[in-house]
Design a protein around this ligand. Structure first.
Ligand SMILES: Nc1ncnc2c1ncn2[C@@H]1O[C@H](COP(=O)(O)OP(=O)(O)OP(=O)(O)O)[C@@H](O)[C@H]1O
Ligand SMILES: [Mg+2]
Length: 580
């Protein structure tokens, strides 16, 4: 590296010296040539004017021989060729031609120098002459001789070229002598630069190897030093950031590995980026090869579909799933898209097996307790009724027995509801579909509730659309659904109001709407009334109100694959809508 850097500096210095010499030579030779030409031109002009003047004073020369002889004679005192040209351009005398040859020569009227002399009195031109085979300078002037109009002098520029080439040889010789000196100087000069570059490279190599200790080396104040210092600063900054990132990563990995939830991150192309230990255990992956497509790791189609949806930028609903290899465990998977870092998705897995088991235990317990309570409750009620039937029972005892009877009836209903919910939970109530007569069903329920409604001065109206006369449902369960809803309406609506039940067809299904004109349900409770034991007014202790009715309704509707929801009517009162 050192030699290369040094060589480059050296070659650059050498190149600069050579170019300077070359350019110098060219400039000097151009300038010298121009100078020479100007001198030749001035001399030729002077001499031409002298010849013109001499000729003007010798008007006796008339014949071709005489004129040509005069040209030959004068040319001996001049530097170049002398030519006499008549007004019409004919050559009438020339120092290089015999009088006989003169007649063969071209007419000179159109030569540039002659044309210029005709106009201004002086014409100068420079061109290549095929007769002489060299560059020539021509100068023409006017004369007052009766036979000759112009005197022209011509001089080959070969001498100029010769002088220039001589000068060039001197310069080349000088260059040849100076270049070795330049070489030595350049070589010596490049040595410290090479050494500095090598020292900087050594520091850079040390940094690359991870040793970020501050170097004792002084980079210097010139450009090389500035560049080295700037690179040094960026290397330090980079090292700081890398160590920060490493720390963050280690922290994140510690967090991930300590998590109970399984976490899996894939990049935008769906390649695995991170997978913690919990996810490995849940998905039964021994060794996750980072960078592999997630489909090779997540074998469960539902979970894979979640990741696919998240990769498309959606937030899919969480899903429960069990692995084929171990169906006893239940997981919940939730995937979410990653907005930053170019996209990707995060999948979080929860193992809810314990939760499910606890839930099951709770349900079993409730079912068992309810079951165990039923027999003693039946006995209590039986004896209460027997005592009430006894004519000897004193009046105050009858009052107590009445209270006992009412409460045990309430408990019995509670137990019945609880057992029913337990059966529904355990899928022990199969659904038996049949075509039901809607009108008849609603009338029966209304008739059952008639006494209570009449006591409160309420009126139940039933409206069944023609297209909703029959519905495919389990008759017993549909009866329970409507009975619960209508009973609630009767119970919670105020006295002397109307309760309306409507059945209409909606998109191939039948919609039942039970509305009343009672107090309605506070908006924040609307979604909760279907929960077990949930009652809007907890202080209200009316007999029979256990808070389980709507929970059973929801179960029964879902068993039919339908939907149920509660809302408030704009003009007061509650409305329950069932779609079956
Ligand atoms: N039509 C209605 N108008 C106002 N509130 C109602 C209406 N129907 C239900 N609710 C409210 O929803 C709660 C839950 O109803 P749900 O039928 O589940 O229980 P419940 O009627 O109290 O007892 P159960 O029906 O088990 O005898 C009720 O306690 C009541 O506060
Ligand atoms: Mg109820």
């Amino acid at each position: 590296m050192r030699s290369r850097f040094r060589t480059k500096v050296f070659i650059a210095a050498l190149g600069a010296a050579s170019v300077a010499l070359l350019v110098g030579t060219l400039l000097v030779s151009w300038r010298a040539r121009d100078e020479q030409r100007n001198q030749i031109r001035a001399r030729l002009t002077n001499e031409a004017e002298l010849v013109a003047d001499l000729l003007g004073h010798a008007p006796g020369l008339r014949s071709a021989d005489e004129l040509d002889g005069e040209a030959d004679r004068l040319s001996r005192y001049m530097a170049g060729r002398v030519t006499f040209i008549a007004t019409d351009g004919r050559v009438v005398g020339d120092s290089t031609q015999t009088p006989a040859e003169l007649t063969q020569l071209d007419n000179h009227a159109n030569r540039p120098e002659v044309m210029d002399a005709r106009g201004t009195g002086l014409g100068v031109s420079q061109r290549y002459s095929t007769t002489v085979g060299a560059d020539l300078m021509y100068v023409a002037v006017r004369t007052t001789h009766p036979m000759v109009a112009y005197v022209r002098l011509a001089l080959p520029l070969t001498t100029v070229a010769g002088q220039i080439s001589a000068m060039r040889s001197v310069i080349v010789a000088a260059m040849t002598a100076t270049i070795p000196v330049a070489l030595v100087v350049a070589w010596l000069f490049s040595a410290p630069l090479g050494r500095r570059a090598q020292a900087i490279a050594a520091i850079a190599r040390r940094y690359a190897a991870g040793d970020m200790a501050v170097p004792a080396y002084d980079y210097g104040d010139d450009e090389l030093g500035t560049v080295a210092r700037a690179l040094d600063a960026s290397a330090r900054e980079l090292a700081r950031r890398v160590s920060e990132l490493t720390r963050d990563r280690a922290r994140m990995e510690a967090v991930l590995s300590g998590m109970v939830e399984g976490v899996l991150v894939v990049d935008r192309a769906g390649h695995l980026q991170t997978m913690n230990g919990a996810a490995r255990t849940m998905l039964r992956v021994e060794r996750p090869d980072l960078g592999r497509p997630y489909l090779e790791i997540i074998r469960h189609p539902d979970v894979a579909a979640q990741v696919a949806a998240a990769l498309e930028g959606h937030s899919p609903r969480r899903r429960e799933f069990s692995m084929v290899v171990d169906p006893s465990r239940t997981f919940v998977a939730g995937a979410a898209p990653v907005a930053a870092d170019g996209g990707g998705a995060v999948l979080v897995l929860h193992d809810i097996t314990d939760l499910r088991q606890a839930d099951q235990m709770r349900r079993d317990f409730v079912a068992n307790v309810s079951h165990e309570l039923r027999t003693p409750l039946t006995a209590i009620r039986g004896y209460v009724e027997a005592l009430l039937d006894e004519p000897d029972t004193p009046e105050h005892s009858r009052r107590f027995l009445d209270v006992i009877g009412r409460h045990s009836l309430r408990m019995e209903r509670l137990v019945t509801d609880l057992l029913r919910l337990a059966r529904l939970d355990a899928h022990q109530e199969p659904i038996e579909l049949a075509s039901c007569d809607v009108e008849q069903l609603l009338t029966t329920v209304a008739a059952d509730l008639e006494p209570t409604a009449t006591a409160k001065g309420q009126r139940i109206t039933i409206h069944v659309d023609d297209a909703a006369r029959r519905v495919q449902a389990d008759p017993g369960k549909l009866h329970d659904i409507l009975r619960n809803l209508m009973e609630n309406a009767v119970n919670y609506a105020t006295d002397r109001t109307e309760i309306s039940v409507r059945a209409t067809p909606v998109q191939g299904r039948i919609q039942f709407v039970v509305s009343d004109a009672g107090p309605g349900i506070p908006p924040e409770d609307l979604s909760r009334v279907f929960e077990r034991f949930y009652r809007v007014d907890k202080s209200r202790s009316r007999p029979g109100g256990t808070g389980l009715g709507l929970a059973i309704v929801k179960h029964l509707v879902e068993l039919h694959g339908g939907e149920v929801r509660a809302e408030n009517r704009p003009d007061g009162g509650a409305r329950f809508i069932v779609l079956i």
